[in-house]
Structures are given as structure tokens and as C-alpha cells.
Design a protein. Structure first.
Lengths: 286, 274, 381
């Protein structure tokens, strides 16, 4: 139970990172980015290729994150912006297409293999409540903490305020001289940064495959964003931890009798929140 | 006999009182005009009657039956038809298809029979088409039967919408700004058509419009709403010249423009109160 | 009280005018239709059993496409977990023939009904939500189906798979392909009648505006659930047919990527056009099965071009398994369709379909507005 809690919180921190990117984009543009997870896999893939050439984490990680950001900007410019007037679902399907394309390219270039990436920090772990915590696990928590602080400061800066204004009153923002396209690029860039970071932090925890962030982290990330209130950044963090714990507890208590119990827990949590409190845990009532 | 009774209806949205204790009564076979400045609560009242909003207080009776707890589609089934400010038609369908759709409640075969292509459904569909064409003919729209809605002028869309609602076979028709987007002549023709509808189809009509002379010309009786309350009601000439109404519409300038509406009135068909 | 229009206005009914003079007349259409249909029947008979099985697989995909179209095209709600309904149908079919030892005639209806039931439950649970949230719910449901439902030992044999032997009267790949074609024809008929009658119109009205639909007396909840149920029914049916096409039902194929393939084949096909959805679905199913052959042929052609021998060798080295290119091609087509050709393949087929329906063969329909709905592919005067 204690170990389940510790593990749940660590995994939840990673989900929170994914959810933050999703919430950021939704908050600013009312769109779901299905490729949010895949940006992380692409970054991981790039980092792995560079690490194989002995470039070390600082250089590999930086280039990988920049690749992720470039991918986010490319999606914004070449897929999302041309579809600006389309229904939300169309953009969702289009970004799903991007994710599929990215996965396919990774498989073509690098085969559908299970790979291990070098951890960022090595060293012995320690035990909390019966769970072995490795330094890499702590990196996820640290990554989330840094991201949280950066976001908090960002939304108090003039640019952050302008961004909020754009999302709430697009027409008024345009009249006030805010460049909507620039704001959209900014949001996608920052969200892609979080996505890349999430991938890089998750990958060393266990092995990675092409599409691993989309297949295993995207649904919990989306669910965390939705149950947290979809426009609330603190909600995304709370949602991430909640989903991490729910998965962990379902796996812990039901895992032996029901296969995939963790995923079942996510579905139950999602439906429960949508039925009982559709605006999410920290969301404002519509 | 009154068809629609609204008694003490109030509704608020987040502290803003949209309707406050509104009471009005609509008689059978009557054309009732509902005027008032923007934000007076006219459309909100329609939304309460058709069930999109549930009033906080008050009673709404249709032919003596309390309907406040019925879902919108059940109220439609009782015979309450309405149009929308933003044109209540299905944009992706043709004019004729919209009229087929509007006859939903008239269709007497089961959904599943339609799906599996049961023979009687083919005959029923032909009948629906014929009836749709009759309604379109009545509204002088037969030529447009097969056009898609996209690209038709707004005024035409509003007329098609009225045709669609007529096809639902309503007993009472709530028209929300039906003449918006129409030129003066078109609006005049539309007014005549409303009178004709009442006469030939025996429908009760409640009509919201900003075009006050049109409402005056068409209505038997008028209500004026302001800030969610009934400001005054009575025969059209009485209401349009009521000082409170003029003030609500024109604010401070009441006295200057007082005579103007009277002068224009003569050009319109004289409304008779039965 | 009835309107009584017929009494007060005994006017003539204006005949439905299909507009313009039909080109070629009805005999030409009849001949073309017979040639097309007959050609397909003959083709199935003469190709190798392996090809027949692949074409049968494509027919099944077309049924899935129609199932997607009901939900995405008519109700306007997306399912990112459709592989769950197809999979449930497939396992149900396997369960009925293997565990219950009943035959094909019981298995396929059971598969369809199980798909309908699953979709009804999910649709009911997610009734008040739509759009993006529903997409997420279906996505999550698909994942649960993949990782939990399909691995329930009592129902699916828990990973080792359920055998689904074909009935003796359709044991060969060729005869079974005819069976699949027959089911596709029935499904197309159902889809045609659905959009031409009360329920299909009501569903489309709900898609455009729930308020307008309700004001016409349409129960929004009822028709949402009906669309879910029909879509699930067709998906389950396709799953049941698929079980006998592949012979053994296993969880692996019913994964998240299959769900994405269902979405993209329907979108690339063109949601609003029945013909386009069928073409798109079959195209992707066949691409999946034949891409290796096409790729080999392409490389052999490259070999014949003097001076660039190295290119084909490089490609052979670089891409060991050409099947891996299929998702990339599909995803590329999807994005291209969404951004540049929202009408999909169906829009490109409009001149032909329109001609068959008695209209003119008008190439400008390709560039026409894409708002036309299924069931209304006729000419506007």
C-alpha cells in the first residue's frame, strides 16, 4: 500500500507533465493535441541516438528538447493553423495523424524494438514506504516542480497575461494588438517543451519503444487534464497525481484478478468525474 | 379559451434576473406580438415555453396542462412549434429534406422499419414528400425544394424555417424575429402570410420582432417586455403609443419622436382584434 | 388539431426534379451497373483464394467504415476506440462457435448484438458529453478493451485465441468472400434506408443542433443512443465476419492503431459519402495487404531504369519490411485530406455516383461544396 502510493505519486508526476502540455494548449486554443505524447517519444528517440554516440546527457537532452519544440511548432504551423476554422474533432484527428506518422517514421528508421536509454542520474536508490526510489524517479518530481514554478511565473509575466487574454477574449485581444498567431506558436512551443521533457524523464525509468508515450502515457495524461478541469494548470497537476495513484492502487489491489486493472481504473475515474462533476475537480462550472 | 398561460414566471442567470414575474395569456387563434428592447427577455421567455430553460418560479400551462417539467421534444409533440433567431434549420440538408425532418412527429412507421427498408416506409416517405411540397407551395418556396441551404439569403432561410415549423403541425407557433434580414416589402408580405396562416391553418401565433410596425400590423394583441418584466399590454395601437413603451425604446428622447410612429401607422394593414 | 392543408390547398404536388437531361439514359446506367456488379462477382471467382480472402477482408473493412460513418458522419461524434466494438464482435463470434458450439448463423448475429450492446452501454455512460471528451472516453474504452476485456480467459481464451472455423458451406476463401460481399450489400442497403428515413434524419438534426432537433419533437437522447447502437451493431457484425475471415481471434490485432486506421480510412474516404467511405475503407484494407507487392513491383521498375541501380538497392536495405510504410502513407493521406480535400475520396467519386443516380456526369461536382449529406448525392437543379 505504501509502496503503491509512492510509485503512484512518481508516475503521477510524469502524467502531470503530459497533462500540463495538454491543458496549456486547450486553455489557449480549445484544442486537444493528440501528438502531445508523441513529441516526448520523438525527443527520447533523438536523445537515444545522440547518447549512443557518447554525446552525454546535457548535449543530447538539449538537442532532444529542441527537436520536440521544433516538432510542436511544425504541428502548429502546418497542421493546426490551416485547420483553425475546422471543428475541434478535426484538429484532434489531424494531430492523431501526426502521432501516427511520427510512430511510423520511428519504426521505419529504428525498428519496433524495446530499447533502454541511459539514466540521467545514476546511483543507488533508497526506500520510501517499501518502494525503491531511484534518482531517476526523483528527476520526474524535480522536472514537474521546475515546470510548475516556471508556469506560475510565466502567467504573471506580461506575455503570460496577454496569452490568457487571448484565450478568453480572442477578438478583444486582436483589437488590443496581440498577435494571435504568435500566441498560438508560443503555446505550442511551450507545450511541446513539456511534452519533450516528459518523454525524456519517463524513458529512462523503464524501456522505451516507438510510440511508447502515446500508447502508455497519453490516455492517463488526457484523463488527468480532464479530471483536473481541462483549463486549470493546478488541476492538471492534481489530476496527474490522482491518476497515478488510481492506476497504482487498482494495479495493487485488483491486478492479480483482473488484467489491465490500472487502465480500468482510469476509465472508471474518467466516467465518474464526467458524470458527477463534468467541470472537473478544479474546473469552474460552465 | 386560452392556449398558453404563463403565470408569474421568473428566471435568473448568475444573479441577473432575466425574467421577473412575467404573466401573460395567449388565446386560441390569436396573433400576439411580443416587443421590447434588446435584452428584455423575449427570447428567454420562448426558451422557457419550449423547455430549453426551466423557470425558477411560476407556471406554464399549455391548454390547461402544466408543462414545466416536460422535455423540449415532448413540448414540441404537444404542438408548440418555434423558430430561432439563428435559423433553426439543418444546414447540411436541402430545403425539402428539412421539411421531411420537420415532419418527424407525423411519421407513423417505427425507426427500425425505416432502417430495414420495410415496404410501407417507402410509401410513407412519398407521402411525407407530398406534404412537404404542399407546405413549401403554401409558402411560395416550391422552386427551392431541392436547393441546399447554403447560399440562400437570410430572409429566405427565415421563411423556410417557418415552413419547416408549419410542417411539424403546431397548434401554437412561436416566431423569434422572423422578419430579421427581410426588406420592407418582404416583411410586409411575410406579415400578410402570418395572417393567412392563422386564418387558413387555424394556428395561434406569438411573434417577437424588432420591426415594430410589422408587429403592430400583424398582431391582435401585444405585450411589451422590458428588463424581464411586462411593461404593458393591450391592443397594438395602445401598446405602441404607450409612454412607457416609447421610453423603453427611445429613452430620453420620448417627447421628440412621439408623433412619428403614428404617422407611419396608416400605411399598414389595419389589425383587427376579434 | 391537424393543419388540414390538403383540404384548403388541394394543389398539385411538384414532382421531384433531378435536374437536367440525364446523359446516356437509364439503359446505359443499367448496363454500367450490371457490368460493375457482375465484374466484381466474376473477379472474386477467378482470383486466387489468397486474393479472394484479402478482398473479403476489404469488404469487412467497408462495413466498419459504414459503422464509423454512422457515428462520425451522421451523429458527428468521433470514436477513437472502435477497435473495441469490432473486437468484441470477433470474440463473441469465436465464443459462440467454439465455446457454445453453435454455428455461423448464430455467431454473426450474436457478434452484431454484442457490438450494439457495448456501444449502447458506452454511449449511455457518456450521453451528456460529446466532442473531445467523448473522443477521450472512447479512446480510454478502447485501451481497456485491449488490455482487459480481450484478455478475460472465460470469454476470449485469454490471449491464446479463439478458433472460428468457417461453416462448411463457405469453407473456402472464395465462397467466404462472397458471403462478406453479401453482408456489405445488406449493410449498404441499411445505411441507405437509414439516412432516407425518420431515424437517420433525426440523427443528422441532432448533429447540427440539439435545440433545433428538440424543437422539431426529436428526442435527442433517444437518437444519440440509436446512432451509437447502430454503429456498434455494424462494428460487431464486421468483427463477427472478421473472426471467420482470419480463422483465429486474438487480441493483438485489435489495438489502438487499428482504431486510428478506422478513423483515417473513413475520413480519407469522405464521411458524407457512402461510396467514398466504402472506397476509402477498401483502399486501406487492400493497401495493408498488397503494399509489399506494390513496393516490390515499384523497386523492380526502378531496377530497369539504367543508371540508378543504387537507389533500389538502398531502398531494399533501408526498409526491410515495406508493410511498415503503410501507417506513414495513411497518416500522410489523412493530414492531406483534412487540410486540402475535406470531401475525401467520396467527393472525387461524385460525378460517377451522380450519373448512376440519374444526374449528369458533371466533373465540377468534384470541386463543389462539401456540405451534401449521405443520401442526398443527387443533383441540385
Amino acid at each position: 500500500m505504501g509502496a503503491a502510493t509512492t510509485n503512484g505519486l512518481i508516475v503521477g508526476a510524469g502524467y502531470a507533465l503530459v497533462a500540463l502540455g495538454i491543458v496549456l494548449i486547450y486553455k489557449a486554443t480549445r484544442q486537444f493535441n493528440f501528438a502531445q505524447g508523441e513529441i516526448g517519444t520523438v525527443a527520447t528517440f533523438v536523445a537515444w541516438m545522440l547518447l549512443e554516440r557518447d554525446l552525454g546527457w546535457p548535449i543530447s537532452g538539449t538537442i532532444a528538447v529542441l527537436t520536440g519544440v521544433a516538432m510542436g511548432l511544425a504541428i502548429e504551423r502546418f497542421v493546426v493553423r490551416p485547420l483553425a476554422r475546422s471543428p475541434q474533432v478535426t484538429v484532434l484527428v489531424a494531430t492523431a495523424g501526426v502521432a501516427l506518422l511520427a510512430i511510423a517514421l520511428q519504426i521505419i528508421i529504428g525498428e519496433a524494438k524495446l530499447r533502454a536509454i541511459k539514466p540521467m542520474l545514476t546511483g543507488d536508490g533508497f526506500t520510501i514506504a517499501g518502494a525503491l526510489v531511484k534518482p531517476q524517479d526523483l528527476m520526474i518530481i524535480a522536472g514537474l516542480a521546475v515546470t510548475g514554478v516556471v508556469l506560475f511565473l510565466f502567467f504573471r509575466s506580461p506575455v503570460g497575461t496577454a496569452l490568457l487574454a487571448t484565450s478568453q477574449e480572442p477578438t478583444a485581444a486582436r483589437i488590443a494588438g496581440i498577435d494571435i498567431n504568435q500566441m498560438s506558436m508560443l503555446v505550442w512551443g511551450v507545450a511541446a517543451l513539456f511534452g519533450a521533457l516528459a518523454g525524456l524523464l519517463f524513458a529512462p525509468v523503464d524501456a522505451f519503444t516507438p510510440g511508447f508515450m502515446t500508447q502508455r502515457r497519453l490516455i492517463p495524461g488526457f484523463t488527468a487534464a480532464v479530471i483536473g478541469g481541462i483549463t486549470s494548470l493546478p488541476g492538471a497537476v492534481a489530476g496527474g497525481f490522482a491518476i497515478g495513484l488510481i492506476e497504482s492502487y487498482f494495479g495493487h489491489f485488483l491486478g492479480e484478478s483482473i488484467r489491465g486493472a490500472d487502465g480500468l481504473g482510469v476509465l472508471i475515474a474518467l466516467l465518474a468525474v464526467l458524470v458527477v462533476r463534468p467541470q472537473g475537480l478544479l474546473g469552474k462550472a460552465a | 379559451m386560452s392556449v398558453l398561460d404563463i403565470e408569474g414566471v421568473s428566471i435568473g442567470f448568475g444573479g441577473v434576473q432575466a425574467l421577473g414575474n412575467v404573466t401573460l395569456s395567449i388565446d386560441e387563434w390569436e396573433v400576439v406580438g411580443l416587443i421590447g428592447p434588446n435584452g428584455a427577455g423575449k427570447t428567454t421567455l420562448f426558451n422557457c415555453i419550449t423547455g430549453f430553460y426551466r423557470q425558477d418560479q411560476g407556471v406554464i400551462r399549455f391548454k390547461g396542462t402544466e408543462i414545466s417539467r416536460l422535455a423540449p421534444h415532448k413540448r414540441a409533440a404537444l404542438g408548440i412549434g418555434r423558430t430561432f433567431q439563428q435559423v433553426g434549420l439543418v444546414r447540411s440538408m436541402t430545403v425539402l429534406e428539412n421539411l421531411l425532418l420537420a415532419q418527424h412527429l407525423e411519421v407513423n412507421y417505427a425507426d427500425i422499419a425505416g432502417l430495414i427498408g420495410s415496404p410501407e416506409t417507402f410509401a410513407a416517405e412519398i407521402e411525407l414528400r407530398q406534404r412537404a411540397m404542399q407546405v413549401l407551395d403554401f409558402m411560395d418556396l416550391a422552386d427551392l425544394a431541392h436547393s441546399p441551404l447554403d447560399g440562400l439569403p437570410y430572409g429566405t432561410l427565415k421563411t423556410i424555417e417557418v415552413a419547416a415549423v408549419l410542417a411539424t403541425d403546431p397548434e401554437i407557433l412561436l416566431l423569434d424575429e422572423p422578419a430579421a434580414g427581410m426588406g420592407p416589402e418582404e416583411a410586409h408580405a411575410f406579415g400578410n402570410r402570418v395572417r393567412e396562416m392563422r386564418k387558413e391553418l387555424g394556428i395561434t401565433v406569438v411573434m417577437i420582432d424588432h420591426h415594430v410596425p410589422l408587429v403592430v400590423a400583424v398582431s391582435d394583441y401585444m405585450y411589451c417586455l422590458d428588463f424581464g418584466q411586462v411593461l404593458t399590454h393591450g391592443e397594438p395601437d395602445y401598446v405602441r403609443n404607450h409612454p412607457d413603451v416609447l421610453e423603453a425604446y427611445l429613452g430620453e428622447d420620448t417627447k421628440k419622436t412621439n408623433g412619428k410612429p403614428k404617422a407611419r401607422r396608416r400605411t399598414k394593414t389595419k389589425a383587427r382584434r376579434r | 388539431m391537424a393543419i388540414g392543408l390538403d383540404v384548403t390547398h388541394p394543389m398539385d404536388v411538384v414532382e421531384t426534379d433531378l435536374g437536367g437531361m440525364p446523359q446516356g439514359g437509364w439503359p446505359a446506367r443499367l448496363i454500367a451497373g450490371v457490368l460493375l456488379g457482375g465484374g466484381l462477382l466474376v473477379l472474386l471467382g477467378v482470383v486466387s483464394p489468397l486474393d479472394a480472402s484479402r478482398i473479403g477482408y476489404a469488404f469487412i473493412f467497408a462495413i466498419v467504415g459504414i459503422s464509423m460513418r454512422v457515428l462520425l458522419g451522421l451523429l458527428g461524434q468521433i470514436s477513437l476506440g472502435h477497435q473495441a466494438f469490432v473486437g468484441i464482435g470477433a470474440f463473441m463470434a469465436g465464443f459462440v462457435v467454439t465455446e457454445l458450439e453453435l454455428d455461423f448463423a448464430m455467431a454473426v448475429p450474436a457478434a452484431a448484438l454484442s457490438g450494439a450492446a457495448a456501444a449502447l452501454i458506452l454511449g449511455g455512460a457518456a450521453l451528456r458529453i460529446g466532442g473531445l471528451l467523448l473522443a477521450l472516453v472512447t479512446l480510454t474504452f478502447g485501451a481497456v478493451a485491449e488490455r482487459t476485456i480481450f484478455l478475460l480467459r472465460q470469454f476470449t481464451g485469454g490471449g491464446s485465441g479463439l478458433p472460428a472455423p468457417r461453416p462448411p458451406w463457405a469453407a473456402t476463401d472464395t465462397t467466404y468472400a462472397y458471403v462478406c460481399l453479401a453482408f456489405l450489400v445488406i449493410v449498404l442497403f441499411l445505411d441507405w434506408r437509414f439516412v432516407s428515413t425518420k431515424a437517420g434524419r433525426a440523427v443528422q438534426a441532432v448533429r447540427d443542433s440539439e435545440r433545433v432537433a428538440a424543437s422539431m419533437g426529436i428526442s435527442v437522447i433517444k437518437y444519440k443512443l440509436l446512432a451509437f447502437m447502430l454503429s456498434g451493431f455494424l462494428a460487431g457484425l464486421a468483427g463477427g465476419l472478421l473472426a471467420f475471415n482470419i480463422g483465429t481471434v486474438q487480441a493483438a490485432p485489435f489495438n489502438f492503431f487499428l482504431a486510428l486506421e478506422f478513423v483515417l480510412m473513413t475520413v480519407v474516404g469522405g464521411l458524407q459519402y457512402r461510396s467514398g467511405v466504402v472506397a476509402g475503407s477498401m483502399f486501406f484494407a487492400l493497401l495493408d495487404r498488397y503494399f509489399g507487392n506494390i513496393y516490390d513491383w515499384f523497386l523492380r521498375q526502378l531496377d530497369k531504369v539504367p543508371g540508378i541501380r543504387g537507389v533500389s538497392d538502398f531502398l531494399r536495405d533501408a526498409i526491410a519490411d515495406p508493410g511498415l510504410l503503410v501507417p506513414a502513407v495513411g497518416a500522410g493521406l489523412l493530414i492531406l485530406t483534412l487540410i486540402s480535400f475535406p470531401g475525401g475520396i467520396g467527393q472525387q467519386l461524385r460525378p460517377i455516383v451522380n450519373w448512376f443516380r440519374g444526374g449528369r456526369f458533371d466533373l465540377s461536382l468534384i470541386h463543389g461544396e462539401t456540405t451534401s449529406q449521405g443520401g442526398s448525392e443527387d443533383v441540385r437543379p
